[in-house]
Design a protein around this ligand. Structure first.
Ligand SMILES: [Ca+2]
Length: 213
């Protein structure tokens, strides 16, 4: 029983350490702005706003900012097949450690109050200029990431291992829709150090002792 408690405490401490280790500053935009972020891409209409704020200019007239957690989310009007294409690139410089694995991701939504509908998502994630994630898909009516509820988000994520120690730029290159701009909401960006080999070995060791108890 004591070993079980030790395992539980170790697992809890490990999870707590992982949960608090997000290397992204202002990941959920709860400052109400893009503090900590650099903005690039060709999009001319983007922002950070409260849940339910109307996004003017979207192909869908009922477009609003959808928030996954907290009070705010980022949004942008993008069109992957526009002429020229319209994208929004959010980036930050982070410090990484050679040999360490990182989970990198974020959540997107097409916030709409009334309608359904479809839209493409064209997503790239880069670290240090190298592409680590590519996503190209066109949606269909009834897609779960269309709507105004916190559950109406789509999770995009990848794993990446640092080759060298130091500062690197992580870029989230966000686009989607077809030829017409559609308002997307983005929330809860993260770069989380993965479990180190040492931590995994420690947990495996605790597990063996638990089985014998
Ligand atoms: Ca938020």
């Amino acid at each position: 029983m004591r070993n079980r408690i030790v395992v539980l405490l170790a697992a809890t401490a490990f999870c707590a350490a992982s949960a608090s280790a997000n290397l992204i500053t202002n990941p959920s935009f709860e400052t109400g702005d893009f503090a900590g972020w650099s903005i690039g891409g060709s999009a001319s209409s983007y922002g950070v706003d409260l849940d339910g704020t109307t996004i003017a200019g979207s192909y869908y007239s009922d477009s609003v900012v959808n928030v996954r957690t907290g009070e705010y989310a980022a949004w942008g009007l993008v069109a992957a097949s526009g002429s020229p294409p319209v994208n929004l690139i959010l980036s930050q410089s982070i410090n990484v450690v050679a040999g360490e694995a990182y989970d990198i991701g974020f959540y997107l939504s097409i916030g709409r109050t009334d309608g359904d509908g479809s839209a493409g998502r064209t997503i790239r994630m880069r670290v240090g200029g190298s592409q680590i994630y590519t996503f190209d898909a066109y949606g269909s009516t009834g897609d779960p990431f269309v709507g105004s509820d916190p559950s109406n988000f789509e999770h995009h994520y990848a794993s990446w291992t640092a080759a060298t120690t130091g500062a690197v730029t992580v870029e989230y290159d966000l686009s989607g829709s077809g030829t017409a701009v559609v308002g997307f909401s983005y929330d809860d960006f993260y770069v989380l150090p993965g479990p180190s080999a040492l931590a995994l070995m420690a947990l495996a060791g605790f597990g063996k002792r638990r089985r014998r108890a």
